[in-house]
Write a protein that binds this ligand. Structure first.
Ligand code: G3I
Length: 370
């Protein structure tokens, strides 16, 4: 009797052609496990992942990254809150560990993120409200310190993250964040200009989610993003790329409007910007059924999404938000009703490739070169 294949391989085979199977399992996998970064490089793309700094010492975790990606981004270590829990005491240890890892393995590094309304220091709101020299100076100083430290070493920076929230009711669709309250909508311009000064070589990115949503919410998010980018570019603000996060929700009706995403990408390109897929994953939280069914739904979501974004040569990179289901924000933030872990990333909890890994490989192989 044959040894049963791991689930990830069995479910991949379910979608494999009879011709490929005729070549024998080992042959199929020997042919198909060319690392994602190698396949991406053939197309002029970079392949990246969000990493957790303290896990980089785990050889098996590091090995997955070394094999498949040529770009890393620390998930939380560069956010203002984790970085400066206590005022004036900046802890760069996590981000430095990622920078060292990237350098040791010839990878590029992204910075995430200079300004975000979430994961901010507890002391910051009061400090912004009471700043004697004005809140702008505080934000500029922060950006100068953080982006300046990695000057010349960052491929790109998410300068402003998730500044859009049409539900907040403003005509411009901007989020009513503490930064907006302190400085008005111009805080975005101020942040980009400060980042350009601190690190003139880094690509400066506006990073956002929900661009693939259907519903009225998706339409409003796309519109508000385009308006904002148009306005910034019109004023000569140094914005170079749009980060499309890509947190996909395949089981949810209307959560993936791919034609709308395609049209949106084209409009972004017309503005002269490049596109970065910055946080790709897909939750199986509302998918019922076997592991195979769930994995297939997640893989299909990646396929549909990547087909659209990679069809645009302006899309220069794809980063997943994590690499293994063992370490993913999804299980905590979108718990499954059955309590199982969410299987949204290319590798499972045992670091075995899942159907989504093969879906990524196929989507990259099918993409036009850029
Ligand atoms: O650090 C504390 C720790 O001291 C405490 O003991 C523990 C108890 O829960 O919490 C730890 O903080 C957690 C932090 O991640 C660790 O990095 C927070 O609870 C948890 O909420 C936080 O989640 C992060 C989330 O952003 C915050 O909204 C995720 O790790 C991070 O992956 C996620 O990343 C965001 C991107 O930055 C922006 N786009 C969406 C994406 C997913 O939410």
């Amino acid at each position: 009797m044959n040894t049963p294949l791991p689930i990830s391989r069995r479910s991949f085979l379910a979608g494999t052609s009879a011709l490929a199977l005729a070549g024998g399992v080992s042959e199929v996998f020997a042919a198909d496990e060319t690392p994602l970064k190698v396949r991406a490089a053939r197309k002029g793309l970079r392949m990246g992942a969000e990493v957790v700094p303290h896990l980089l010492g785990d050889a098996a975790y590091a090995a997955m990254l070394i094999r498949d990606v040529d770009m890393v981004v620390p998930g939380s270590a560069l956010k203002w809150g984790p970085l400066e829990r206590m005022r004036k005491v900046l802890d760069f240890s996590g981000a430095d560990a990622v920078a060292d890892f990237a350098q040791a393995h010839g990878m590029a590094m992204r910075g995430h993120t200079l300004l975000w309304h979430d994961q901010i220091p507890k002391w910051l709101p009061r400090r912004l409200a009471n700043a004697s020299k004005g809140p702008a100076r505080i934000i500029e100083k922060h950006i100068d310190e953080v982006a300046g430290r990695y000057r010349g070493r960052m491929h790109s920076w998410d300068v402003v993250n998730e500044a859009i929230e049409p539900k907040d009711g403003r005509a411009d669709g901007l989020r009513n964040s503490l930064f907006l309250e302190a400085l008005g909508p111009d805080y975005i311009e101020l942040a980009f200009r400060a980042a350009a000064k601190a690190d003139p070589e880094a690509l400066l990115v506006f990073n956002e989610y929900g661009h693939e949503w259907g519903w009225d919410a998706g339409r409003k998010r796309r519109l508000a993003t385009l308006r904002l980018l148009e306005k910034l570019l019109g004023k000569g603000v140094p914005v170079h790329a749009l980060g499309i996060q890509g947190h996909l929700a395949p089981g949810m009706k209307g959560a993936m409007d791919m034609p709308a995403l395609g049209r949106f990408c084209d409009e972004v390109v017309q503005l002269g910007l490049s596109i970065q897929v910055t946080e790709l994953d897909a939750r199986d939280t509302s998918i019922n059924g076997s592991i195979e069914t769930r994995d297939r739904a997640v893989a299909d979501a990646y396929t549909r999404f990547l087909e659209v974004v990679l069809a645009r040569p302006a899309t220069k990179m794809v980063l997943t938000w994590g690499i293994t289901d063992r370490h993913s924000w999804l299980t905590n933030h979108f718990p499954r009703p059955d309590g199982d872990i969410v299987r949204g990333l290319p590798y499972d909890t045992d670091y075995v490739r899942k159907p989504v890994w093969y879906a990524m490989a196929a989507a990259i192989d099918a993409a036009p070169a850029r």
